[in-house]
Design a protein around this ligand. Structure first.
Ligand code: SIN
Length: 364
């Protein structure tokens, strides 16, 4: 961005803030020439992992390196932003849970209220990065940039991807271009939106895809380049607020496959789940007579049922492969099962009315 454009944007943001009565800093506009203040929140993962040798790229230990060392390892960050680090927790992301999410969302919201924080980078394991990104996309109450970053190779590996990914994430979190875009995931020079991104390869550095809907843009030579944006509401525009929550409703996922039975559905219902996501075959299809009757019984007991699909692309059609209106089921639209679970948990903090929850699935 040129000096001129930055200056014009800063003046516009200040005028808008004065006339609309909100903090100019919520737009992340800064005085020209000033570096952005970016907070790096570390949570663990391979980006903070270490292996036995420099050629160890699988079978290493995730979440061993602290935030101070992650920052020290990339001296270029000093020219990218005024960075500060905080270790929020230190886990391999397969151990992510609702409690960590609530803690993280609350900390992000606290920090983004501060005038001296322009954007946030979260370092995270790649295994559940897409879930944390979507959770924050629905619960962060700010338009300031929040960028989640990970790495596929541990910090000790030859050609570790963590340092360049962290550098790109910091540039992005401090950029005007990322304001109001929702939570972003950056790896491998690609910017993905939280709603659509998913991990697609167990080990390759080029693993994140937003499949048919596409990623949002590139990081190149110290600059973000955006080409598209999700039409779905996020962050400051959602109805979800976790400020006073210390627990989320129990929701689990039941995976569909040939020769499926109802054991998992019944077990989750008996355990007290408030919602179930069915990762169906094809267009969210349910096995009959093995599984659909179990879901119908669960719904009659008050459990909210979301039909998603294990396929990975496409819309699960309402009243397509099941009589959703009649059975009072919800469809996940294009959300994959793990993200449908997140939206269902948050929806259940507001209502257990399936029609209202269906509206949310078409909104977010
Ligand atoms: C993890 O998700 O914590 C381990 C794998 C990774 O970060 O790539």
């Amino acid at each position: 961005m040129t000096h001129d454009r930055t200056f014009r944007r800063w003046i516009c943001a200040v005028c808008a803030a004065l006339s609309l009565g909100f903090s100019a800093l919520d737009t992340a506009a800064r005085e020209p020439g000033k570096l952005a203040n970016v907070m790096i929140l570390a949570t663990g993962g391979t980006i903070a992992g270490s292996g036995a040798t420099s050629t160890t790229t699988v079978g290493y230990t995730a979440a061993t390196v602290g935030v101070a060392r992650l920052i020290e390892a990339v001296p270029e960050l000093k020219a990218a932003a005024n960075v500060k680090g905080e270790q929020v927790f230190q886990i391999a992301s397969e151990n992510m849970n609702n409690d960590y999410w609530l803690k993280l969302a609350k900390r992000v919201n606290e920090l983004l209220k501060q005038d001296d924080v322009d954007g946030i980078v979260i370092t995270h394991g790649t295994d559940t990065i897409e879930e944390t990104a979507y959770f924050l996309n629905l619960t962060v109450k700010s338009r300031k940039p929040v960028v989640i970053v990970g790495a596929m190779r541990p910090s000790t590996a030859i050609s570790a991807d963590g340092p360049i990914n962290l550098y790109n994430a910091t540039i992005l979190a401090g950029s005007d271009a990322a304001v109001g875009k929702g939570v972003l995931v950056v790896l491998n020079d690609q910017i993905n939106g939280a709603r659509d991104v998913t991990k697609t390869n167990t080990a390759n550095t080029d693993t994140f895809r937003s499949w048919e809907l596409g990623f949002l843009g590139y990081m190149q030579n110290n600059q973000p380049y955006f080409y598209r944006q999700s039409t779905r509401k996020h962050t400051a525009d959602t109805e979800f607020d976790v400020t006073n929550l210390d627990k989320l409703p129990d929701v689990d996922i039941v995976y569909g496959y040939a020769n499926m039975n109802r054991i998992a559905v019944d077990a989750f219902v008996a355990a007290g789940d408030k919602g179930l996501v069915h990762a169906g075959v094809g267009d969210g299809s349910l096995a009959r007579p093995a599984v659909e009757p179990a879901l119908v019984e669960a719904r009659k007991k008050g459990v909210v049922i979301v039909r998603s699909s294990r396929v990975g692309n496409g819309i699960v059609a309402r009243n397509g492969e099941a009589k959703d209106d009649e059975l009072d089921f919800v469809v996940s639209d294009t959300l994959n099962p793990q993200k449908a679970r997140i939206l269902l948990m948050l929806a259940l903090t507001k209502t257990s009315d399936a029609k209202e929850i269906q509206r949310m699935f078409y909104t977010y």
